[in-house]
Design a protein around this ligand. Structure first.
Ligand SMILES: [Zn+2]
Length: 306
């Protein structure tokens, strides 16, 4: 199975997103009041949890939270059960927690190892979409308030002469495992500004306007590490709605062993053999963030040992 087919954290959500329902206000409104409907409450990017994990509200408590929320979004269908997310960010944390019958609020990234992968994906989806609503309250063209529509998947400018449709933003970033041009097999890892003394990770950067993903890989590797790369090959992607990312993983091959870091984003970059990486793992260090695609890129590279 290739990398793209294996599910990374925050992918593989169990919901049918049921896109056509978003434009059917009559059915959506009926689903909001159905007793089986599930509501996932969030507070300022955090899930509301009890001892069993993020709470899933139904019936009376679901209606209470839906009516108190500053924004609600239709996430999709779980079988024939509708699932909505509700934003309680306008309340204090204590009021939001009490209203949801929860114990506390936690970021999904702190829970990911303990949640079913599909549940983490749905929580991340809800987090990203509600975050976007809070950031897109006004139209960027005319400045008039924008109003949620389409089950919470679009906002419409209320300006009489504008009416622009505003869609959720996704900000793609590339993340790259760069291999050395010749034997022994080595990959390039870097110490980023602000990271711990001995924390090395793969290189990454945002895609700029007017660039393909491959262009962004070549530019970022040249800018940050002074490395020219060829054979840029897609490895898979990961939803990263924290708040709006999409991580796109690549492998690439350097044309030379020479490395020259920018000293700004990267403090140091150097080549690691597979044996060195295995030693780091054996001494208790993790390869990247365990819930992130760079961990997968490194694991795959280790597993591909000749
Ligand atoms: Zn407008």
């Amino acid at each position: 199975m290739d990398t793209a087919e294996r599910v990374l954290a925050y992918g593989g959500g169990w919901l049918d997103r049921a896109g056509p329902l978003r434009t059917d206000p009559t059915r959506l409104s009926a689903l909001r009041t159905k007793s089986t409907t599930v509501v996932l409450p969030l507070w300022r990017d955090r899930c509301l949890v009890d001892a069993d994990g993020p709470v899933r509200l139904t019936a009376e408590r679901a209606s209470l939270v839906l009516s108190a929320a500053s924004e609600t979004v239709f996430l999709g269908l779980d079988g024939d059960v509708a699932v909505f997310a509700a934003d309680l960010s306008a309340l204090t944390e204590q009021s939001a927690t009490e209203m949801a019958g929860a114990a506390r609020s936690v970021d999904v990234r702190a829970l990911v190892g303990r949640l079913e992968p599909g549940d983490a994906a749905v929580q991340a989806y809800a987090r990203g979409l509600l975050h976007w609503h809070r950031q897109q309250r006004f139209c960027g063209t005319c400045g008039a308030p924008a109003v949620a529509d389409g089950g919470g998947h679009v906002r419409t400018c209320s300006g009489a002469e504008c009416g622009r449709l505003l869609f959720p933003r996704i900000e793609p970033a590339i993340i790259v495992l760069v291999e050395a041009p010749g034997p022994p097999g080595r990959c390039l890892l870097a110490r980023h500004a602000g990271a711990a003394e001995d924390a090395y990770s793969t290189l990454a950067g945002f895609v700029e306007v007017g660039e393909s993903l491959e262009d962004a890989v070549r530019r970022e590797m040249a800018e940050e590490a002074g490395v020219t790369v060829t054979d840029v090959t897609y490895q898979g992607s990961q939803a990263w709605p924290f708040p709006a990312g999409l991580m796109v993983g690549f492998r690439a091959t350097a044309t030379s062993d020479e490395v020259r870091v920018d000293g700004d984003e990267l403090l140091e970059a150097r080549w690691f053999t597979r044996a060195e990486l295995r030693d780091r793992v054996a001494s208790g260090r993790t390869l990247g963030r365990v819930d992130a695609i760079d961990h997968r890129l490194l694991q795959d590279w280790l597993a591909a040992a000749p």
